[in-house]
Design a protein around this ligand. Structure first.
Ligand SMILES: [Zn+2]
Length: 1054
């Protein structure tokens, strides 16, 4: 197989494209393969957008039936002129169903999409049994833990060795790439008494043992056409079966103290209703996230997920699986709340299930999967529908012997350009079907022509500008020196395209406090030159030549500068900073250089110095739970919104690293990063010893990761639905185009769809996400993702094909945006009400008749209540006393760009019993549910949520284990100021550290490690993440919340 030597062509199928994702390159050393030419491109002439497309007409035309997908052609000959892909292996895709979206009936007999242990969808009927009051020990511990903050710790632990950034691809696995834990053969709670209460909780009322029969099982609706697979072979799981026994509402009458179980009850806002359901629900009898995750791993983790079938629900994000693209985009790029959407808007409204797609256009893939091929159609550019401008994709229908094609989105018929003509085989399929990614794959890229560039000029390579706060706090904490030291080596790892020997990205440097200092680091200089701009009211860039430079050419001067900066400001007394002028300076520099780029701003304090964008301290915790609480999330001035708009127009993306010792108004400072597609990182009470490792890891990854610039995303849909709402870090100047100055591989955009016409079961529904962006080498590209969904006339089909993790991702983003404009209580009530309606609709229309007192949950949504409760209890919607206003603003923005895997672990953290880990295997110990009563005093646990890793140590842990993990001889000697685990040469220490490293590698941010000793003051912080328990801030326990949801549902049904 020979690789075509033309520039801009992809390698043959079956091979990953080399090094296309900058940080996945196997080595950072020079590579000698020919690079992509860049000199051919001119520069921008200004911010005039060149990506303007007419809004597709909607509503009048129906998509054509696209059934009858012909079988794959093989052995066909190709005309000359399509050499670029003629070497593709056919075998790789021949066995799939190509994309033409024949209306797939229910999935094939193997039904891999049905998670859970039930062979057919079975409604789970949790049993109301007994639950006790919160254990007394909880209350006791909580009493003396007020006022702790994470950042207040100080320690001097040595950083672990061997984790420099010169690491191979394995250090950046995909977020779903966790090795699967072993199957859980026994009870899911090692070391824990499942049936009875822990001995430390004397007030706990024991649950009666669950009945062992299935007498109470109420199956879901009969599912026509379903022939279920044989029951899964894995053994019955305790704690899961039990929920199928008994039923709600047939218990012992209202409990005397039911109301006492709801500290947050006033927030629910529900009208007085029928008597509350009986109390005493056994936590083991209600749906368990751990069990659902484990079942999906067992059922779906072994086979690749092949995307050839329309409307297939992918495995859960917590399952490690490989994806084979056979015509639909990988779930790593797009996940939907449902893969079978109602045909009419009436049905959709009735169900209240939001129709949304969570899209991560530049997602990183595991090494085993192929990055999208780059298709080059030369000067003519990509083939598109004449009317709606959809890009050529597997769902387009070729007609008239291949001379024209009918658009799958708007039905318009378009001539095939002569250079693109190809004959059809006897089934109507183009004979070059398998040679063209855009005809056979769900995801691919087109090389954009000059028409897709600003001002009709090819872009220049982007630039990175490092802008360092050198005020007193930044210098004194050692931060300035740390950054400068790091940059000396980090600059060698700027993103590179493909096989290029060096990065095309130019770099520049600015320092600032009340004034700005620009540096000339031109390669011909012996020493860098500083130019001070003290008139920050009207920012300009004092030098053009020598500000943005090539790292290799100016290596000596840059090194000298980075050596000098810490010295120059070592004795500074300046405590005040400006902020907006810093962004303006970066923006002006990029404008002058006629390129896009990214500003890396390292900032420490509220910008109170006299300057545009000056802020005042307006933090006021008294506003919490008032109608004015929303102002805490709003920027205090519109100045930054306008600045963000200018930045987006230039392709100036801002990444902000914050090191606050007090309130610095993240809600306002975050506006520009947020609207330009950038990131915010926050290190409260930054201390060199404890926090440098985390910060440096974040910085290294942020600088190296794949990023596209000057990006515009448009989502097209087939007739009947359209994209109506968008969530994420971006800017929109019209109702359809999502603009991002920068878009990196971690950023997610969530899109909501609404009906504007009827859909048909035959045609299904199609999405096409097109992202136009500039690569790190300045190449203009289009990345296309296509996805076909089923449509249904029966609500049961909708509920059977939902994805709760994605639903929660959408609901959280919806709620987190809602707090900007509505009181938090209103937002919470709306969330509860919507979910109650979703579940009530299922109960009414899909579940088989049964006692009105029973709670019946759809199989695919049985975790909706527990996950929803986690969203309701989150810091944004129900802050505890230790959560600052800046924390809430920070988290609110973070969540808005999270993918489904990230929201999943963020809202329901992963809790692993470390002392149950098998030191001889690579696997993780089986996770347990997030509740204090699952913890044993004799064990050590790890809890991670994507931002933090807690290591919790029980008071009765064996001394040997403590010695092995912490290197001290007793529990009392463990320092909870450790920020890393000591490196000790024993199997347990190695195992735990490897688990921590693995988890760190899976997340997009380096998590803060916090050691928590049982009954220590920090334990309060840890308990905040035991999300099945009642929270200190008034959040309901899972059991209580399920009762509450049941009540809400019954009210809706009555
Ligand atoms: Zn069209």
């Amino acid at each position: 197989m020979s690789v075509n030597q033309q520039a801009h062509t992809g390698p043959p199928y079956g091979q990953p494209q080399p090094g296309y994702q900058g940080y996945q390159q196997p080595a950072y050393g020079g590579q000698s393969l020919p690079g992509v030419p860049q000199a051919q491109y001119g520069a921008y002439n200004g911010p005039v957008p060149g990506y303007q497309q007419p809004v597709p007409p909607q509503g009048s035309l129906r998509a054509p039936p696209t059934s009858g997908a012909p079988p794959p052609a093989s052995g066909a000959s190709h005309p000359s002129g399509h050499l670029a892909y003629s070497q593709f292996e056919h075998g790789d895709v021949q066995n799939g169903i190509p994309a033409s979206a024949a209306p797939m009936q229910r999935p094939p007999a193997s039904q891999p999409f049905l998670p859970g242990s039930a062979p057919t969808p079975v409604s789970q009927i949790p049993t109301f049994q007994q639950y006790g009051a919160p254990p007394a020990s909880v209350q006791q511990l909580r009493n003396h833990m007020a006022g702790m903050t994470i950042g207040g710790t100080a320690a001097s632990a040595p950083p672990p060795a061997g984790l420099g950034y010169g690491v191979g691809p394995s250090s950046y696995p995909p977020t779903t790439g966790a090795p699967r834990p072993p199957a859980m053969p026994g009870p899911p709670l090692p070391g824990q008494t499942v049936a009875g209460p822990p001995s430390s909780q004397p007030n706990h009322v024991s649950s009666p043992p669950p009945p062992s029969t299935m007498a109470g099982l109420h199956p879901g609706p009969p599912m026509s056409g379903l022939h279920g697979p044989p029951p899964p072979t894995h053994p019955p799981q305790p704690g899961y079966q039990m929920q199928q026994n008994g039923s709600f509402g047939q218990m012992r009458g209202p409990p005397p103290n039911y109301g006492g179980a709801y500290p947050g009850a006033p927030n629910y806002g529900s009208p007085p209703g029928p008597p509350p359901p009986p109390k005493r629900l056994d936590p083991d009898s209600i749906p368990s996230p751990i069990q659902v995750i484990e079942d999906d791993r067992n059922n779906r983790g072994s086979e690749p997920f092949v995307t050839g079938v329309r409307g297939q629900v992918p495995p859960l994000v917590t399952t490690n699986f490989l994806v084979k693209d056979q015509g639909n985009a990988s779930p790593r790029y797009i996940r939907c709340t449902s893969y079978n959407i109602p045909c009419t808007s009436d049905m959709a409204k009735q169900s209240q299930v939001p129709l949304a797609a969570v899209i991560k256009p530049l997602a990183a893939l595991p090494p085993e999967e192929t990055v999208p091929y780059l298709v080059d159609h030369g000067e003519s550019g990509p083939v598109r529908c004449n009317r709606c401008k959809a890009y050529m994709c597997p769902f387009m229908q070729f007609i008239e012997g291949g001379r024209r094609f009918q658009c799958c989105f708007c039905s318009c018929v378009t001539e095939v350009p002569p250079h693109y003509f190809q004959h059809l085989d006897h089934t109507g399929k183009r004979v070059d079907f398998y040679d063209r990614p855009e005809l056979s794959l769900g995801s691919y890229e087109f090389l954009a022509t000059v028409d897709y560039c600003k001002n009709n000029k090819f872009p220049s390579p982007p630039a990175f500008i490092f802008m360092i706060d050198v005020s007193y706090n930044a210098v004194k904490s050692g931060l300035v020196r740390l950054i400068c030291e790091e940059l000396k080596s980090l600059l060698d790892y700027l993103p590179r395209e493909g096989n290029m020997e060096e990065s095309a990205i130019r770099v520049g440097f600015v320092t600032y406090n009340k004034v700005l200092h620009f540096y000339n680091v031109k390669s011909s200089l012996a020493q860098p030159q500083m130019m001070v701009v003290s008139d920050v009211a009207d920012m300009f860039v004092p030098l053009l030549d020598g500000f943005l430079v090539n790292v290799n050419e100016s290596r000596t001067v840059i090194a000298s500068l980075l050596d000098q900066i810490p010295e120059m400001f070592a004795d500074t007394r300046e405590t005040e900073t400006v902020f907006a002028p810093v962004i303006q300076a970066g923006l002006e520099a990029l404008k002058a250089a006629e390129c896009a780029g990214k500003l890396f701003i390292f900032h420490t304090s509220l910008p109170i110095a006299e300057a545009p964008g000056k802020l005042k301290n307006r933090d006021d915790r008294k506003l919490i739970n008032t109608d004015k609480e929303k102002t805490l999330f709003q920027p205090q001035t519109s100045f930054y919104n306008n600045l963000a708009k200018d930045c987006v127009a230039q392709g100036c993306c801002v990444d902000l690293f914050l090191f606050p010792n007090q309130y610095l108004d993240v809600a306002t400072l975050g506006v520009v990063p947020y609207q330009t597609g950038g990131s915010i990182f926050k290190y409260a009470y930054f201390q060199l010893e404890t926090d440098q490792y985390r910060f440096l890891n974040d910085l290294r990854r942020d600088v190296q990761k794949e990023v596209g610039f000057d990006a515009v995303m448009r989502v097209r849909t087939s007739t009947g639905i359209r994209a109506t709402d968008f969530f994420g870090a971006f800017y929109m100047s019209n109702t359809t185009d999502v603009e991002m100055a920068g878009l990196d591989c971690d950023k997610t955009i969530t899109v909501e769809f609404k009906h504007d016409d009827k859909l048909s079961e035959d045609s299904g529904a199609l999405l096409q996400c097109a992202l136009l962006y500039t690569s790190c080498a300045g190449q203009r590209r289009l990345r296309i993702h296509n996805l076909s969904l089923n449509c249904c006339t029966q609500l049961a089909d909708l509920y059977r094909n939902c994805e709760t993790d994605t639903l929660i991702n959408y609901l959280a983003k919806y709620a987190y945006r809602g707090v900007l404009s509505s009181p938090v209580k209103t937002v919470r009530d709306a969330l509860i009400n919507q979910c109650a309606q979703i579940l009530a609709c299922y109960r009414k229309n899909c579940a088989s008749p049964s006692s009105a007192g029973q709670l019946i949950l759809p199989e695919c949504m049985k975790l909706l209540p527990v996950y929803l409760n986690c969203v309701l209890k989150s810091d944004v919607l129900q802050p505890g006393p230790e959560v600052t206003t800046d924390d809430r603003a920070y988290v609110r923005q973070l969540v808005t760009s999270m993918d489904v895997a990230e929201t999943n672990v963020f809202f329901y953290p992963r809790l692993l019993p470390l002392t149950k880990a098998d030191v001889d295997s690579d696997s993780l110990p089986a996770a347990i549910r997030n509740s204090e009563e699952r913890l044993s005093k004799g064990d050590i646990y790890l809890l991670e949520n994507g931002l933090n890793i807690f290591v919790w140590v029980g008071v009765n842990v064996q001394q040997g284990l403590i010695q092995n993990l912490f290197g001290v001889s007793s529990f009392s000697q463990i320092s909870n100021a450790l920020s890393t685990l000591p490196v000790l040469e024993n199997p347990f220490s190695k195992k735990v550290r490897s688990i921590v490293d693995m988890l760190q590698g899976q997340r997009s941010r380096y998590m803060k490690l916090i050691i928590v000793k049982q009954e220590d003051k920090l334990e309060m912080l840890f308990k905040h993440f035991l999300v099945e328990d009642k929270s200190l801030s008034g959040g309901a326990s899972y059991v209580d919340f399920l009762c509450h949801m049941h009540k809400e549902i019954r009210q809706l049904l009555s």
